[in-house]
Design a binder for this molecule. Sequence first.
Ligand code: CMC
Length: 430
Amino acid sequence: MSDKKVLLEIPNLDEKVELSIHSGTLGQEVVDIAPLAKKGLFTFDPGFVATASCESKITFIDGENGILLYRGYPIEQLAEKSDYLEVCYLLMNGELPSPEQKQKFTRQILNHTMVHEQIHKFFTGFRRDAHPMSVMVGTVGALSSFYHDALDITQPEHREIAALRLIAKMPTLAAMCYKYYIGQPFTYPQNDLSYSENFLYMMFSVPSEKWQPNPVLAKAMDRIFILHADHEQNASTSTVRLAGSSGANPFACIASGIAALWGPAHGGANEAVLDMLMEIGDVKNIPKYIEKARDRNDPFRLMGFGHRVYKNYDPRAKVMRETCHEVLKEVGKTNDPLLEIALELERYALEDEYFIEKKLYPNVDFYSGITLNAIGIPVNMFTVIFALARAVGWVTHWNEMVSTPGFRIGRPRQLYTGHDQRDYIDENNR
Ligand code: CMC
């Protein structure tokens, strides 16, 4: 925090209000507008374009320069050298683990990979053809009914065990969503496999056949998890924080985050990208779609392009692009028509003045869909994978908020533009 101040002149109050300017370790300074409320004034910022909702030590994004840091470590280094469980430990604890800490953490996660047998029955209440994200919202929310009475969120150990349970059970639930959808039996976790191998095993193995992990695909899956693990105060994380600010059960809060993630402007974009690439169908149709995206009267947007914070190439998209090539090579799809369309679309968009002027670059979702598709993950599971990976980010933000002394319920205000006060009109006189 700095001691810089800004003076705000309020004409009809005939006085100046002194507002402090806080500076963090990195990034923009923020004006502390809390004293305005005492003067009966609120700020107006729909979409939170200029509002820092909290102080946080977890993740930093420099959107102008395309930088993403988890606890200070660049995403490119973590994607290359680390693994997802180590990244989970880092996000949750603030430091990379020692070998002993890593081993203990992995063991703790493995202890919790199974879900309560009752959850299996819970699944059968869903329609077979329900979108897997709707099932994820329901089943992760249902975890709150298994872990509620004994959970005291004021206790750090209770918060930690809730986080471990969540990270451990997300792959199990995600795979169950898929198995339920395609009518195959649920597969129990195998704890001698790595986190990402275990997920692929629960997704793709069947009781009647032997299953062997593919190290290239497991590594790619792990990288996808790392890239999606956290992204500071995005819509779903802010939703989790807001839900958690009332003191609600953490699993219920995470379910609210999954709901927020589902939309195509957020996590649902990976699904929308693949649908879009299939709709484009051929590189010769690209100019037509670029034209549609530029047309202000056409609601069409190039999915996988643009970001509220990144005004440069999303660093996650760069890593994702490499991983995409590795996976396509492994599965023998180097001439994948969707990749061909994606590469050409990217080339067009990066040279187009509309996209240059609006600083619209590919985001993480642009290449993740093609990669997941090549791994064999069906399109309607893409956002579930995002939710699985983001669970650690959500729960870490929830924990940070709950453990901050004096945290308060989140309660934004509004600019009311409805009716003035009026009297009730009897039914016969309306
Ligand atoms: N295609 C065409 N035009 C676009 C696009 C796009 N993908 N994205 C933004 N624009 C235009 C938009 O029409 C607007 O133009 P104008 O200034 O003339 O009104 C301008 O760029 C600014 O857009 P905005 O909607 O005000 O920006 P935002 O910060 O509110 O929205 C966004 C960010 C990600 C929702 C948006 O870029 C978008 O809809 N992208 C496509 C969906 C997508 O890929 N989402 C995944 C985001 S990354 C993963 C995640 O974080 O979940």
